[in-house]
Design a protein around this ligand. Structure first.
Ligand SMILES: O=C(O)c1cc(-c2cccc(F)c2)nc2ccccc12
Ligand SMILES: [Mg+2]
Length: 272
């Protein structure tokens, strides 16, 4: 409600629980808001680290965006506060943790599970694009799983306007679409490309343009050098969808609302 919007949070408002994980800028803890007994995830970021990496403005903008997004497949940011040394983000707690760990454990997903995840991500991205928010960082590491097994986009890599952020900051290049590899202007269709890469990795356990050297990954992306292994066996319908998303010409990529009507999604995704 309105009160929650302007509430000034402090550490005293929370009982801190077990560590849930660690990121580049700090740790995430399970926490309980004392008054409401509401369970949250408290992300603690060190100001020194943020300054050192020159990401404080990016963090402010992403917090601003994230706090206004309300969608079942987007992790909620309830609020934030800071003290002398740290910035604290009050986040929705995703009980089943990180999706990439689940993918590592079972190597690759069934077509039904993959299609269900892809459909929920498509709906979340349609919502974001409707608000002129482009994610630009869709990959397994940025996805969490809620208590009912539902997917939550959890990353703060959101940006409202397209701009060329250095990708060196974000680790893997595998998810970059050609226009970002070439560092030219890009639009919401970058998320369609990355969702296609993600769909491929859900089904095969590896991203489509993986190579030993970064330079080879760049080349494979720019050439859209897309190959489907013979194992595991994947339906031609799934390959057809992926082939319609991993298209170099951004305007030719399958629009997200058309993805939700694709036979592979219609026949395999659990009804939301
Ligand atoms: O001391 C500050 O005023 C400060 C505030 C914030 C901040 C303010 C709102 C939202 C948000 F996510 C972060 N981030 C920082 C990062 C490094 C050093 C200082 C700060
Ligand atoms: Mg990230």
């Amino acid at each position: 409600g309105a009160a929650a919007e302007i509430k000034r949070w402090t550490l005293n408002d929370f009982d801190i629980g077990k560590p849930l994980g660690r990121g580049k800028f700090g740790h995430v803890y399970l926490a309980r808001e004392k008054r409401s007994t509401h369970i949250v995830a408290l992300k603690v970021l060190f100001k020194s680290q943020l300054k050192q990496s020159q990401v404080e403005h990016q963090l402010r903008r992403e917090v601003e965006i994230q706090s206004h997004l309300r969608h079942p497949n987007i992790l909620r940011l309830y609020g934030y506060f800071y003290d002398q040394k740290r910035v604290y983000l009050i986040l929705e707690y995703a009980a089943k943790g990180e999706l990439y760990k689940e993918l590592q454990k079972c190597k690759y997903f069934s077509e039904r599970r993959a299609a269900t995840y892809v459909a929920s991500l498509a709906r979340a991205l349609i919502y974001c694009h409707g608000k002129h928010v482009i994610h630009r960082d869709i990959k397994p590491e940025n996805l969490l799983v809620g208590a009912e097994g539902e997917l939550k986009i959890a990353d703060f890599g959101w940006s409202v306007h397209t701009f060329n952020r250095r990708r060196t900051m974000c680790g893997t290049l595998d998810y970059l679409p050609p226009e970002m590899v070439e560092s030219v202007e890009h639009d919401a269709s970058v998320d369609i490309w990355s969702l296609g890469v993600l769909c491929y990795e859900f089904l095969y356990g590896v991203p489509p343009f993986e190579a030993k050297e970064h330079s080879d990954t760049y080349k494979r992306i720019l050439q859209v050098n897309l190959k489907f292994p013979s194992k595991p066996v994947v339906s031609s319908s799934a390959k057809d969808l992926i082939s319609q998303m991993l298209v170099k010409e951004t305007s030719q990529r399958l629009p997200l609302h058309k993805l939700l009507e694709h036979p592979w999604i219609v026949q395999n995704a659990e009804p939301s």
